[in-house]
Design a protein around this ligand. Structure first.
Ligand code: DSN
Length: 429
């Protein structure tokens, strides 16, 4: 019996090792993932993982938090510096948990919020069956211009004036272009709503002064996960600007004890390190991410693949939305790409009714950029995708060429200890 469970423990470890080897050989292109720096990763197996901290630094319920408090205070200081804002809370343990905290703090059941629709790329937490629904709020969707994959400004002004939302929420999971916050700012003021921006996908771009600067464009509260374009731990963050004391307290109370008891201290330490690293590397990294996404968009488009928004240079972020309905649709194409070790996801694109059988795929270049790829590699990536998706070559054959390309890009860049192997499993001896 003892041996049986010992074998199972080792079996699990073997699966993780096999996964790690696979990703080393692959082109990971899921738009919501990234690689942590070696120093940040080290924090994930530190003793911080095994401890508890409830409340705010220096006001904890438990003892034993002397060093934890110092790290969390540093984390808050770095977050406020990097994002140039007056409020930060780093206790939400994920992006969705951060969103739940905002909902608890700023909306009551029955309140009306405005947001984008799921079919237009909104995050699942804004859905009736997600965090919005759980909080019992009513949501009204912004009119969306599918040609430009963005909110229609004039029609949205009318909707805001009509429904007078308590909170106007922005942010997408297929986040190609900045929402027109500046253009809507006057209307926000007239309506008197709180403006909330879910920056999960674009946090690293904002840190690197790309995409847009929501906290300078009328946003009061920014929530995010910290592991997409921002290359930190799987964790959450809340940032705020122009909040009064009462609003800040409400957010803090929502973070604890509202949606967490102890937060994840190892991840908070990893976040602190990533924030410091991003002070040094964010601008260079974020610029290359956007350049790479546009280069990949244009290479795919030249190969005849239906990347959305060619008239807008395809994207201003890390993400491309690609219509593959002519090539058997998103479900088939994403599976075939996976078999060729190109990892992406099927995705709804405007006009789709079915999330399980959509016409599109979503591609993100932030991880390929993180391992040092640039525009010339993006052209090679486009050819590999074309061979699988359009020419229907055997994925196994293409996988060999995927490895030919990837083998020179397995080290993590744009961080301290740059050049460390990125996909390494360190075994106990
Ligand atoms: N659903 C994740 C994504 O965009 O992939 C974000 O939580």
């Amino acid at each position: 019996m003892t041996d049986e469970y010992k074998d199972e423990a080792y079996w699990v470890r073997d699966q993780v090792k096999a996964h790690t080897r696979w990703f080393n050989q692959s082109l990971p292109m899921i738009a919501s993932e990234n690689l942590m720096s070696p120093m940040a990763k080290e924090m994930m197996i530190s003793d911080f993982h095994d401890r508890y901290a409830e409340g705010l630094p220096k006001k904890r319920y438990y003892e034993g938090n002397i060093y934890v408090d110092e790290v969390e205070l540093k984390c808050l200081e770095l977050a406020k510096k990097l994002f140039r804002c007056s409020f930060a809370d780093v206790r939400p343990i994920s992006g969705t948990v951060a969103n739940m905290a905002v909902l608890f703090a700023f909306a009551k059941p029955g309140d009306t919020l405005t947001t984008c629709a799921l079919a237009q790329g909104a995050h699942i937490s804004t859905a009736k069956f997600g965090a919005f629904g759980l909080r019992g709020v009513n949501s009204v969707n912004y009119p969306f211009n599918v040609e430009d994959m963005n909110i229609d400004v004039d029609a949205t002004k009318k909707v805001l004036m009509e429904v007078k939302p308590k909170v106007a929420q922005f942010g997408l999971s297929v986040f190609l272009f900045p929402p027109p916050l500046k253009e809507l700012q006057e209307t926000f003021q007239e309506v008197g709503c709180t403006v909330w921006y879910d920056a999960a996908h674009v946090l690293g771009l904002i840190a690197g002064k790309q995409f847009q600067d929501p906290l300078r464009e009328g946003v009061n509260i920014l929530s995010a996960s910290t592991h997409k374009t921002f290359p930190g731990p799987n964790h959450g963050i809340l940032l705020g600007e122009n909040l009064d004391e009462d609003q800040e307290k409400k957010l803090q109370r929502a973070a604890f004890p509202g949606v967490t008891s102890s937060h994840h201290l190892h991840a908070m330490a990893a976040l602190s390190i990533t924030l410091a690293e991003e002070m040094i590397f964010a601008e260079r990294y974020a610029k290359q991410v956007v350049d790479n996404a546009q280069a990949l968009g244009s290479a795919l488009y030249e190969l005849g693949i239906g990347v959305l928004c060619p008239h807008l240079n395809f994207t201003q972020s890390h993400t491309l939305a690609v219509d593959v309905r002519e090539h058997e649709g998103g479900r088939v194409v994403s599976k075939d790409l996976e078999a060729a070790n190109i990892i992406c996801n099927k995705n709804m694109i405007p006009g789709d009714q079915s999330a399980v059988n959509p016409s599109g795929i979503r591609l993100g270049v932030q991880e390929l950029t993180r391992v040092g790829m640039r525009e010339s590699e993006m052209r090679q990536v486009a050819e590999l995708i074309h061979r699988v998706a359009v020419k229907k070559e055997s994925p196994k054959d293409v996988a060999k060429d995927v490895w030919e390309l990837k083998k020179d890009f397995t080290k993590v860049m744009y961080c301290l200890h740059e050049g460390t192997e990125a996909y390494e499993y360190k075994e106990l001896v």
